[in-house]
Design a protein around this ligand. Structure first.
Ligand SMILES: Nc1nc2c(ncn2[C@@H]2O[C@@H]3COP(=O)(O)O[C@H]4[C@@H](O)[C@H](n5cnc6c(=O)[nH]c(N)nc65)O[C@@H]4COP(=O)(O)O[C@H]3[C@H]2O)c(=O)[nH]1
Length: 585
């Protein structure tokens, strides 16, 4: 284009060929790009239709003028001087500038200017090609905005936050002052969103964003990471960690108070509270931005654990615990995939010492063969949902074991109890799962006992009763585990098709010396009687405890006095020796 223009401005018109070149040049000159030709002194000598369209000036209005008439006044003083210096040096210049249309509107344009020289090398014209980039610039801005800002709140997003954090970290080695990263998460946002709808949830997030922004200093950054997670980056705190901590503490208290004020969300007046996690950093050895964000997140999690609507500072021990937990979750997942579990069995005896049954207690078998107690992984399995495949494995393994016992005369009478967690029990297909397992293994369902805790039973009581009744009708038994530690009331206990109450070991431990434990155990036994339920005591370790339990009316026992939980072959040996099962320590 510029080449053609130079041809147009400089080629001598002598031949028919030259005529054709001229027509081509004229056509090119009238292309979509704005064109402007000046003489060597900068006076406009020619413009095309596109120029007229872009600038709003007619050719007559600009001929003889200088391009200064388009100037927007937006550029710094040295801008044009350096542009002309480049043209003088290189023969051309190209870049983006702001110009002004005839109607006063300032617009961005892409401009390229080429100097045209005669045969002697003297500049005779300047040719400018200009493109209005208003639209593409707007599109660029939009892309930038989408890439770096959260569309809902207009706050910086994670990408921009990390970018700023990187800058702050790079600069922090030169400053003494501390900076803080605060991770803010709204408590119960999900519930509000689910109950009042996303529209109301969005309004809350917008108002939280406004409150956060208005409560901070200009230099601080508020970002939204997504969902109900906000982050505040605070710079320029005191140089001493203690003072900086106190400043952040005050800021945190202010944020808590601001976000605690009620929100008007359409026709709803709502309350929302935040949990805030803070990590402080400064100078010498700044951590990686992702690491800082993780620390603040961990501290926020700790604030949640501590009861919400509060603030916590990051603490490294907490991080170690969380890393351990993550590692354990990973290992447990592998264990579930490869069925790395074993059932141990703890015998349950009657008052004559005869084995009447056993409780199956799971162990996680580590790759090095060590056994991990369920006390250290069942809670994690419940939190992560892994309890479902684990529970299925226990059910299958217990049924297979019962089947095997049915072929052994000395074991065939044993009732096997398994623990069922709340999540497992409340799956819609749990009843069916048990029925199918019983059928698949061809076992007598009366030999299977499901131990449930009070928590399981209290939840969704009608569904619970329906599921229990279905299984009870098949012959499956139910025991209520850890009895006495929850909130069971006689009224609802009456409605549950239970077979047995299990006295929690915490009442057995000091039974001999503690008269209030004796009173509790006496009451539980009386309650069981009135409900016509069996009663068993767990955690029986001494003969004195057993004797007292017997005196109080309890006829079934489980505990170290009889045996610890042991692998199946040991249980078999033990049962063979019963009555008065020998103690296995
Ligand atoms: N101090 C003392 N302790 C005694 C005595 N006798 C038994 N124990 C222990 O007390 C726990 C009794 O089981 P639990 O209350 O159902 O408590 C169980 C149960 O809630 C859960 N659990 C075990 N296996 C499973 C399972 O397959 N599924 C589910 N969901 N939970 C399980 O893990 C808990 C802990 O199991 P374990 O570590 O095997 O711990 C067992 C057992 O080893 C005694 O005389 N003294």
């Amino acid at each position: 284009m510029n080449y053609s223009m130079s041809a147009c401005a400089t080629a001598p018109i002598a031949t028919a060929d030259a005529d054709a070149v001229l027509r081509v040049a004229a056509t090119v000159f009238e292309a979509a790009q704005g064109m402007m030709v000046t003489d060597a002194r900068g006076r406009i000598v020619r413009v095309n239709q596109a120029f007229v369209r872009i600038t709003g000036y007619s050719a007559d209005e600009v001929l003889g003028q200088t391009p200064r008439l388009l100037s927007s006044g937006r550029h710094v003083p040295g801008f044009y001087a350096s542009m002309w210096a480049a043209i003088a040096r290189d023969g051309s210049w190209e870049g983006e500038i702001w110009n002004r249309r005839k109607n006063g509107e300032v617009y961005p344009e892409h401009l390229s200017i080429t100097a045209v020289r005669n045969r002697d090398g003297v500049i005779i014209n300047y040719v400018a090609a200009l493109t209005d980039i208003t639209l593409s610039k707007a599109a660029n801005d939009e892309i930038r905005s989408l890439a770096f800002y959260d569309p809902l709140t207009r706050l910086p997003n994670r990408r921009l936050l990390l970018d700023r954090l990187r800058q702050v970290l790079a600069a922090s080695s030169q400053h003494d002052s501390h900076c803080a990263l605060m991770f803010i998460d709204l408590d119960n946002f999900k519930t509000l969103n689910d109950t009042l709808g996303h529209n109301v949830g969005d309004q809350l997030l917008q108002q939280v964003a406004e409150r956060l922004q208005s409560g901070l200093r200009k230099g601080d950054t508020v970002a939204r990471l997504g969902g109900d997670e906000f982050v505040v980056l605070v710079e320029g705190l005191s140089s001493g960690a203690r003072d900086a901590g106190a400043e952040v503490e005050a800021l945190g208290a202010k944020i808590l108070a601001t976000l605690n004020r009620p929100y008007e969300l359409g026709k709803h007046l709502c309350r929302s509270t935040p949990s805030i996690g803070v990590t402080l950093f400064h100078g010498a050895l700044p951590p990686h931005p992702d690491e800082l964000l993780m620390q603040a997140d961990i501290a926020m999690y700790q604030a949640k654990q501590a009861g919400r609507n509060g603030m916590r500072f990051f603490d490294r021990q907490m991080q170690d615990r969380i890393s351990e937990r993550a590692q354990m979750e990973n290992d447990l997942r592998h264990a579930v995939e490869r069925h790395r579990f074993a059932l141990h069995y703890q015998v349950q005896v009657d008052q004559h010492g005869n084995a009447r049954g056993a409780e199956a207690l799971i162990r996680w078998v580590r790759d090095d063969g060590t056994m991990v107690s369920p006390a250290s992984f069942i809670a994690l399995a419940e939190e992560t949902g892994l309890i479902l495949p684990i529970g299925s494995w226990v059910l299958e393994t217990a049924c297979a074991q019962l089947k095997a016992w049915q072929q052994m005369p000395e074991m065939a009478h044993l009732i096997l109890a398994i623990n069922v967690s709340a999540q497992q029990f409340h799956q819609a297909e749990f009843g069916e799962q048990v029925r199918a397992a019983v059928q698949r293994h061809g076992i007598d369902p009366r030999l299977l006992k499901l131990e449930l805790t009070e928590g399981v039973l209290l939840d969704k009581i009608e569904d619970t009763i329906a599921c229990m009744q279905l299984l009870k009708a098949m012959g499956v038994r139910f025991a209520l585990d850890d009895f006495g530690t929850g909130y069971s009331s006689l009224q609802y206990l009456k409605r549950l098709p239970l077979n047995q109450l299990k006295i929690d070991q915490s009442f057995v431990r000091d039974l001999v010396s503690d008269s209030s434990d004796q009173a509790i155990v006496r009451t539980i036994i009386a309650m069981a009687r009135s409900l016509q339920l069996d009663v068993i005591a767990e955690g029986v370790e001494t003969e004195a405890q057993r004797a007292l339990l017997e005196e109080l009316g309890c006829r079934r026992y489980q505990g170290y006095l009889f045996s610890r939980p042991v692998p199946e072959p040991q249980l078999r040996a033990l049962v063979k020796d019963s009555p008065r099962t020998a103690a296995v320590v």
